[in-house]
Design a binder for this molecule. Structure first.
Ligand SMILES: Nc1nc2c(ncn2[C@@H]2O[C@H](COP(=O)(O)OP(=O)(O)OP(=O)(O)O)[C@@H](O)[C@H]2O)c(=O)[nH]1
Ligand SMILES: [Mg+2]
Length: 331
């Protein structure tokens, strides 16, 4: 894989994975082609992108206006610093986990197929929120492919497993294997397959739920038999709350964003209540764009406070931001 794909390319790639219309897909592919470093190592990727762009152009121009989007995608607007989708076998405890991490009250019941529709809820984490999406259970024999768009478009998937039950673990194995046959797969990190740009991998945290029960230790070898070691595991109990602080932190980390506080030149303190979040590796100009496009155009410099710089260091638009930097923008 070409190692030197830039932040701008990665950003367009992430946007492509969560695009909800053909037009948006086309736009992201064009950005990816523009941003890809042009050298021998990326020749194949460049030609794949060109092919995908011409396919996407055709789809956009062929589709009647009203059907320009993917008709089947039920859109849940993105909110907060990022999106995590909870997936898993029936009765694994997905809805209980959403209940414990948010203020929402999805139905939780001791029988399968309780959740019928994807439902968003917001998880507070320090000074930001993260969107969690509870989903209906996955049964591979009756797989609902609309779930694939949610998995593909999420920043992170939480694969919730009833680790107290051998059946729950076996069902999870079938889910992973089933997804492996589709173009939307689970993996320890998120990326598009460079050999086939249609295949998307979503970063996955494996959540071993119901660890309050007695059977976790004896079930672990069942998990080891198919779950690769580099898939991060989080033993938790959604019912008692055990392990949830660490899980919430891992969810935020997996979003791969940084929080940035802005401050007006005349104010002593920044606005701590509403940090901006941008993808890790993003620059000062991106923050200016989020505030106003004119600000990005007119930006002269900024002063930055944070753990990685001396207080009030003067920086230019290409300064790469760190988590919890405070910036004072000057035009
Ligand atoms: N002991 C124990 N029970 C749990 C835990 N989490 C969930 N449960 C129970 O497991 C059952 C199923 O929980 P749900 O949250 O409804 O499971 P789900 O994965 O949303 O189920 P579907 O919507 O059918 O896919 C309920 O009886 C919960 O009380 C846990 O950590 N420990
Ligand atoms: Mg449920």
């Amino acid at each position: 894989m070409p190692a030197n794909l830039t932040h701008q390319y990665r950003k367009a790639e992430a946007a492509y994975r969560r695009a909800t219309s053909r037009e948006e897909e086309l736009h992201c592919l064009q950005t990816m082609l523009r941003e890809i470093p042009k050298h021998k190592g990326t020749d194949k990727l460049q030609s794949d992108l060109k092919r995908k762009i011409s396919q996407a152009r055709k789809l956009v121009s062929d589709a009647p206006r009203s059907a320009a989007g993917h008709g089947h995608r039920r859109r849940i607007p993105r909110q907060g610093a990022g999106r995590a989708v909870l997936i898993g076998a029936p009765n694994a405890g997905k809805s209980q986990l959403v209940t414990s991490l948010t203020r929402a009250h999805p139905e939780v019941a001791p029988y399968p197929f309780t959740t019928q529709q994807p439902q968003p809820a917001m998880m507070p984490w320090h000074d930001v929120t993260v969107q969690l999406i509870d989903t209906p259970p996955i049964i591979v024999e009756a797989f609902d492919s609309t779930l694939l768009d949610l998995i593909r478009g999420a920043d992170v998937a939480l694969l919730v497993i009833d680790a107290g039950e051998a059946d729950g673990i076996a069902a999870t194995q079938r889910i992973i294997e089933h997804l492996q046959q589709t173009k939307t797969r689970l993996a320890p990190s998120s990326y598009l397959d460079l050999d086939d740009l249609g295949v998307s991998y979503t970063r996955t945290l494996t959540v071993l739920n119901k660890c309050d029960g007695p059977d976790l230790a004896q079930n672990l070898p069942l998990l080891d038999a198919f779950l690769p070691r580099d898939w991060e595991r989080f033993p938790i109990s959604a019912a008692t709350g055990e392990g949830l602080t660490g899980l919430a932190e891992a969810i935020f980390d997996a979003l791969n964003v940084v929080r940035v506080y802005t401050k007006l030149p005349n104010n002593k303190e920044p606005d701590y209540d509403r940090p901006f979040t941008i993808q890790r590796g993003g620059t000062l100009v991106e923050i200016a764009q989020l505030i106003h496009k004119d600000l990005a155009r007119d930006l002269k410099h900024a002063r930055v406070w944070g753990q990685h710089v001396h207080d009030a260091t003067t920086v230019s638009g290409d300064y790469v931001l760190h988590d919890q930097d405070i910036v004072e923008l000057h035009i």
